[in-house]
Design a protein around this ligand. Structure first.
Ligand SMILES: *[C@@H]1O[C@H](CO)[C@@H](O)[C@H](O)[C@H]1NC(C)=O
Ligand SMILES: *[C@@H]1O[C@H](CO)[C@@H](O)[C@H](O)[C@H]1NC(C)=O
Length: 351
């Protein structure tokens, strides 16, 4: 009970069991302009650490911790594997096109696989191995039943083939239950200082127009397992709240937002609300809803319009002065061949 009270008042979420993830995304495409035919990205805890594409034909680390803990052999092996996968996926996209009776055009064949591992129980909590074609589910492996699921008739041929391939099933099962968590543990260990850090975000209140919902936007936090919620008088509100997804930033941090519809809340009650950001292992970050703190485009829009008007007036004055000067100079100059009456008449708008 004591510890409960302690945590309650400090508002600290104990650093509970952490689930780590290792995921790979393979994307093969045909006729997509300015995009490599084959791209592979690898993520640990939603942070990209690996990249390969068919233009460079090189597998490269995207995080220092991976670069520092891998040798040349590792990358040579990866280059070889990826070059092989590139050929396979080039074939896969052709097979998928045939199954759908397609001859050309833009097509995408995707594969996502990986596992999630709980560092407290040391158990694999989830694994996935799924294929998609042109944005639709194509095939996915159900490890429990050791069967493939094919939502499309076009994938049934493959499903039957892979369901009866016991060697492949055993290999896949071994990967997802043994190798995947093993590699994940290795990577988490290498990247510990970076992956286990906590960074609190900057939180802003934003509103598009005076009648739209107030958006609480938190950006720059790490890791991604965060909560953003609205409270009224200390109680979480659910009605009128629209929570967004956690999205990655370019620098490896994350952002998210939670919109609150205040259309039926009288202005004097606004101060009862606060937006609360929660991250495991860090103190809650509460932002009171105050009208003066809300950032909006409408104010700056007015300034922008004023600036445009000023600029237009200045340009008009310059144009008039220029025209007067031109007329004056022109009067003193002898006519050049193009300045004959016929040409000028053609260029002038008809009255
Ligand atoms: C990786 O190695 C470089 C150069 O030796 C070093 O500056 C950097 O701090 C290392 N980073 C990590 C995350 O180990
Ligand atoms: C493709 O063409 C074959 C033969 O004409 C036909 O049986 C099949 O239904 C077609 N498949 C699709 C997805 O249109």
């Amino acid at each position: 009970m004591k510890s409960f009270i302690f945590f309650f008042f400090l508002g600290i979420h104990s650093a509970a069991a952490v689930t780590h993830s290792l995921k790979y995304f393979y994307t093969a495409s045909s006729q997509v302009p300015n995009f490599p035919e084959f791209v592979v990205v690898g993520l640990v805890d939603e942070v990209q650490m690996y990249h390969y594409d068919s233009n460079t034909k090189r597998a490269v680390p995207k995080q220092d911790w991976l670069a520092n803990n891998t040798d040349q052999q590792y990358w040579e092996r990866e280059n070889g594997n990826m070059l092989g996968a590139q050929q396979t996926y080039k074939g896969n996209i052709e097979i998928a096109k045939q199954r759908f009776n397609q001859t050309g055009g833009v097509h995408i064949f995707q594969n996502m696989y990986g596992c999630e591992w709980d560092d407290e129980t040391d158990k694999v909590v989830k694994s996935y191995y799924q294929f998609g074609y042109d944005g639709e589910d194509f095939l996915s492996l159900d490890l429990q039943t050791e069967t493939w699921t094919a939502p499309n008739t076009q994938a049934v041929i493959t499903k039957n083939k892979w369901d009866s391939n016991k060697a492949k099933m055993a290999q896949d099962k071994n990967y997802f239950t043994q190798m995947c968590p093993e590699w994940l543990k290795k990577y988490v260990n290498h990247g510990r200082s970076s992956l286990m850090r906590t960074e609190r975000p900057s939180v802003s209140l934003l509103q598009k127009t005076p009648s739209s919902a107030v958006s609480c936007h938190a950006t720059g936090f790490y890791p991604n397992g965060a909560e953003l919620l609205w409270r009224r008088d200390g109680e979480e509100v659910h009605e009128g709240v629209d929570k967004g997804e956690v999205l990655p930033n370019n620098d490896g941090s994350f952002q998210m937002s939670a919109d609150l519809d205040l259309s039926s809340v009288p202005t004097e009650d606004w101060m009862k609300y606060e937006c609360v950001f929660q991250l495991s292992g860090a103190e809650d970050l509460a932002t009171k809803l105050e009208k003066t703190k809300i950032r909006s485009n409408t104010g700056s829009n007015l300034i922008m319009i004023a600036l445009i008007i000023v600029a237009a007036v200045v340009l008009a004055v310059i144009a008039v002065i220029g025209f007067v000067l031109y007329k004056k100079r022109n009067a003193k100059r002898p006519p050049s061949p193009v300045e004959n009456a016929e040409v000028q008449e053609q260029m002038m708008p008809k009255a």
